[in-house]
Design a protein around this ligand. Sequence first.
Ligand SMILES: Nc1ncnc2c1ncn2[C@@H]1O[C@H](COP(=O)(O)OP(=O)(O)O)[C@@H](O)[C@H]1O
Ligand SMILES: [Mg+2]
Length: 250
Amino acid sequence: MIAVMNQKGGVGKTTTTLNLSHALARSGKRVLALDMDPQAHLTIAFGVDNRKCHGLDEVLLERNSVKQCMFEVRENIHFLPAGVRLGEVEFIRQGGAKRGYILKEALSAIEQDFDYVIIDCPPSAGLIGMNALLAAKEVLIPVSGDFLALHGVSRLMEIVGYIERSLHLNFEKYIVLTRYYQRRKLSQQIKDKLLEYFPGRVLATPIHETVALAESPSFGKTIFEYRKTNRGAKDYSTLADDVIYRRTLA
Ligand SMILES: Nc1ncnc2c1ncn2[C@@H]1O[C@H](COP(=O)(O)OP(=O)(O)O)[C@@H](O)[C@H]1O
Ligand SMILES: [Mg+2]
C-alpha cells in the first residue's frame, strides 16, 4: 500500500497516482487507486463524475464500506473516488486517536485482493493525510524541480520520522523526481542533493516535464490512453518497474 504524499501542491502527486496506477495495471498488477484529496483531481482525471458516486467521504465518515463504493475504472484498476463531502473528514472530532485508523480498518477487508493500493493524498498534513499514512506501508514522495522542493521533502521526512518513532512504525520511503528537465541545472542540483540526503531512496526513473502529461487529465485519460508513445508514458512504465523491483539510484 503506497501513500503518494507531499504537503506541497503541484509537485505531481495526482499525475503520478494516475499514471503509475495505469502502468502497474498494464503490467498485469491488480491495482486499487484512492482519491483522498477533497479537490477530487484524480477522480476527474480518471474521467469520473465525483458528484455521482459514493466515495471515500462515505467510507471515512463511516457511512459506507470500501466494497460498496469502489468500482472498476479501467482493466485491473479499481477506484475509490473522493466524494463531495471528503473535506468534512478534517473536522471529525470524536474517536480520539482512532480517527487516524479509519481507512486502515476499512481497507483491511479487501486489501488482499490487490497487488498495489495507491493513495493520492491532499497537499496538507491533516487527518486525511494521517489516515493515508497509517494505512500505508510505503510512502512515495514526488519532488518537482523547484528550489523550495528540497525544504518540503526534508520537512515531510521529519514528520514521517516523528510518526514512526512515536507509533513504532516503519515506512518504506521513496522519492520520485517529477517535472524533470534533463538539461536544467536546477533539476540536476536537486537530484544531487536528494541523493546526498536520502541515499537509496530516489527511484531510478525521473519523470520528465512533458505537455501531454499536463493535458491528459482534462480529457479524463491517463497518458497511456492519451499519448501512448509520449515520453511521459515511457517514464511512468519504467517507474512502475522501479516500484515493482525497488530500483533506486545509488
Ligand atoms: N511531468 C509533468 N510534465 C508536465 N506537467 C506536469 C507533470 N507532472 C505534473 N504536471 C502538471 O503540474 C500540475 C500539478 O500536478 P499534480 O499532479 O496535480 O500535482 P499535485 O497533485 O501534487 O498537486 C498539473 O497541472 C499537472 O498536469
Ligand atoms: Mg493532487
